[in-house]
Each structure stands twice: as structure tokens, then as C-alpha cells.
Design a protein around this ligand. Sequence first.
Ligand SMILES: [Fe+2]
Length: 553
Amino acid sequence: MGKKIVIDPKSRLYLGIGGSTHDFSACLLKDGKIVSAIESERISRVKHSLDMFSPINSSIKYLLPQRTKINEISSSDILNIYNWYDYKDQIKFYNHHLCHAASSFFTSPFKEAAVFVCDGLGSYNHTSKGYEYETYSYYSAKNRHINLIKKNVGFVNEQLDETHVHSIDVPNSLGLFYNTITKLIGFGFLQDGKTMGLSAYGNSNKYYKQIIEYFSFKPSGIINISFGEKEAKLFYEQNNRYKSSKTRLEFHANIAASSQRILEECYFYCLNYLYKVAPNDNLCISGGVALNSVANGKITQNTPFKNIHIFPACGDAGIAIGSAYLSYYKANRRRVLVKNQSPFLGKNYSKSAILSALRAKRVKHVETTNVYTKTSKLLTNGKIVAWFQGRSEIGPRALGHRSILVDPRKRWMKDYLNKKVKKREPFRPFAPAILEEYVSEFFEKSRRSPYMQEVFTIKEPMQKFIPAVVHVDGTGRIQTVGPDNEKFYRLIKSFYKNTGVPVVLNTSFNVNSMPIVETPEDAIECFLQTKIDALVIGNFICTKTNDNRKTNK
Ligand SMILES: [Fe+2]
């Protein structure tokens, strides 16, 4: 693409670039606030932006349709530069874990906090012992300052380049340990969420002792982990006596459960160490491991932390946000912190843009003045509804702006949605979105958790009211919805008025292996190609004609 950016120190706009070798993204920051952000996968329609030549440019084009003046461009120092040639000499690079820490702390509601960053691997140093990669880091943060306390590292002999970065084997990494397990039981790169979902079906005692042998906990907050790909393969061969697909799934579930237990032990060990060296009620977490919502849901029981913030884009896409904040606060040392960053950062699509997309695909639609009542009625009638409202959410979770919604009282919906709509494995759970004022009625914990980052236990007597969102172990990955998420809140309120249940099933608006829809055109295409019954986009309610139905039988 032609150059769209002019560097001008007088500009108030900061451009952050996110990603590493995957999950590329871009954001714009103005006056201490992220004003827009997008993950490249939403534009390119290639999940995690893997195996692409230049995915970052598409994000820039989305955020900056015209030539624009920018104060500074920033990213982390492990950005795969082959994915972005145009401005490589003009980017200000920061340490990868520091960018993660900034993305978490500066988006939080806290003026001070302890910060934990935990991912596969981050920035590296070349030392006499080899290449030293950061694996997790402890920080304390106050006002505009984020101070490194300590980090764990793993050494490898060779520098890893982008050609084999997807099969790296760095020790002492919790993210890579979990990813090794994910691959071992047959899931793909960056599909750790499947391992987490499957773990609820297994026995966590089964392989715990065999795997924990490879973990050594030091009193200084450091864990030595030597369970690499070689050890994992050996473990698998020694224990694999399962021939049928049913017993093999059980075997895999037991591996997943044992590994999830170990991950949680390590996580809480690290967080307790962090509290010791940076005591604070407030905790911010980021890095890919922060997507482990099962572990996140247990933090307050297992550590002294009281308040937790995990921004939805806590993986490498959030590097854009963290690096932009670092640039901004470096240049504006006296600025007051802007807090409570919204995650709804995509473009707003106008009514005329929506209408022209609907007309172009000849989609049957009616405009309504009462979108909440009409949509909640569709839900109570057992319809699968795609809900497209306002600006898209950053991060891998749909938070009610690009969601597929159904009535959670219908038990059969879970299997139907997995098999017929999302085309996913039958063991994968769906999330409950609940009006925040009713959390304590349904869940054993009663606090806000607006970003679907924590799994809580659903109270046993309430499980029968919402069976489609109860996982096999009686839990649900909760999203509390308040008036700040206005349209989604009003819709669930209307559903509550009809049914007495303040919960809807909320899953991302996509099918398996595809990114969440971004534009009205993506939404219409997904709607027409799946068994979704209705698409509610702005104030338009769209249903299928017989011709549409024939195409997705
Ligand atoms: Fe990372």
C-alpha cells in the first residue's frame, strides 16, 4: 500500500501495532484514550492472521482510510517485521512483556496495582548462555509508572526465526507448557481454549504426579519447567493404551485435567509471590495465559488479591494498546491517567451502510422501533439470533456487539449450536451473559466480570433454569452485563421481563476456525451460510427467505 502515515511530533495521535508472529492488530490513541483498534484477522478473515504476508497493513488501512499525521508508531520488539515492511524504520520498539503490562494496567480502573504478565515467550537477549527469552514477569504499577520486579526466562541455543516459531521449545514457560499439551492431545496452535474446555471432563489426579515431576518451584518466584516436546511425546507413548476414539478422548481429557491443575498451581504460586513483593488489593494480568478463564476464576480463593482486571485483548493483539500507552505517557509525563478503557473499539457502521449491504445480498429485512422486545421474543421462541450492534469488541470474546444469542433455558441448544451452527467439538461449553444485578442469585461469586475472562460455579439450584450454559462441572464463563454495555443490557432486560431469567447464552458471531464478523457484509455472509434463524443488525431484523435456506441445508 502507499504510505498513509506522516510522522509529525505535533500530532496528538499515537499508532500502536500489535502481534508477534500471530494476532496482529493496530490501535489509535488520542489524549490518553484508545479511540479505535482492530485485529488484523477481522479484516483479513484469516484466524490469528497466521501464514499471511502483510496482515498489519490491512489494520492500518481500516483505522486510517486517509493520509494521517501520527506523533509516534510503536510496537513490541518481537513484532515479526516481515509482516510489515512499510514503516519498519519508524517504529519505536518496547519490551514485549512491558507492552503487555501497559495494556493491562492502563486500561484498568486502578490507580495502582500489581501486574503479572505470562505468555508463551516474549522479548529475548543474546547472552553467553544462548538466547534468553522472557516467559513471565512481575511488575508493580502506580500512576504512569510500571516497574519491573523480576522475570523468569528460558534459554535456547539458537535464535528462533519466523520460519519455525510455531514449534518452539523454550523451557520455563507456562504458555508453551500448556500449548505443548494442546498439541499433544491433537488440537492446533493457539487452540488452548479447547484443552481448557476438555479438562472439565477429566480426572486431574490421573497424570498429575507424572507431569509435576518436571516442575521445580523456587522460593524466589521462579519455576523451572523442563516438560518440553520431547518429554511430552515420551509421556504420551508410555501412557497411551487407548484404541477406541471414546477411550482416547477420555485419555486426552485426563491429560488436559492434570495439566490444567498444574497450570493453576503455577499461576497461584506466581501470584502469591507477586503479592508478597508488591502487596496491593488490585491485580492486572495479561499475556496469552491470562485467557485461561478457569484459572482466573479461582484467583480470589487462592491468593490475597481482591480486584482483578484482565482486558479482553490480553494476548498479543493487545501489544498495540500497551505500546501506544507507553509512547504516550513517555511524551506526556504530567498527564493524568485516563482509566476504564472501553473494549468496543471497531468502526461504527451507519444505517445506510447496513442497508446497502442488506440490499446487495437481497436479505429480507424490516426496520423496527422496538428492537429489544422483538429480539427477546425471537429468543423465547427458540430462535438462534445473530446480534450485531455498534462498534466491534477487541479481543477473542464476543461481548454482545458481535454475538450469537439463544435462550439458555433450552438444554438441547448446546449440542445443536455446537454441531449445526458453530461446527465445534461437542465438549465445548457456551457462556452465560447475565444482568450484573443478578450475579449473586445465580453464581457462587458476586462480583462484576464484564469481559468473559473468569469461570465461576453456577449455584446448584439455579443450574436447571439455564442448562444450555452449564458446563459439565457446573461452571460457566461469566459475562456480567451492566448499563455501560447499553444495547446488550437492554436486550437481556427485555428477555428477563419475558421469562424471569436474567441470562442469555452468548457465543461469538462466527463459525469454527473463522474470525468474529466485523462488517455488515461479514455478518450477512455468516447469517446466510449457517442455521442462524435471524440477524438483528442495528434496528433491522432480518429473516431468511426459502432461497436463503436452500443454500445452507
Ligand atoms: Fe505475548
